[in-house]
Design a protein around this ligand. Sequence first.
Ligand SMILES: [Zn+2]
Length: 129
Amino acid sequence: MIKTTVSTAERSLQKTGRRTIDLEQFKVELASQGVPREHFALVCPVCKTVQSRQDFVTLKVSRTLEEAQKYWDYSCIGRFFPGVGCDWTLGGLFQLHTLEIDPGEGEKPFPCFEPATAEEAQKHMENNL
Ligand SMILES: [Zn+2]
């Protein structure tokens, strides 16, 4: 069968090497990891380190999970805890991210680390308990 329609996500991927999803889709992808919320895992696009909000608390980078939320989807944990990961942040000059979240309501999409696979997230949680 010949595919005649291209989804919006596929179109954005073809144009920029990136995909754009909405917040609902982002939540669905995290929930599909099958781990508790604090262990939802994202991947640094540069060093491929898998990180969860719990990591930021465990390594005392953040005092609370809420505080970890500010960095978790945007900056590699190595930026705050040398020796783990790297110092990448999506706020820099070079744009290497592959995922953007469209918040809707006419707001500009923002860059975000990609969710880990369910296997990566579960392994990461087990290794860090
Ligand atoms: Zn990194």
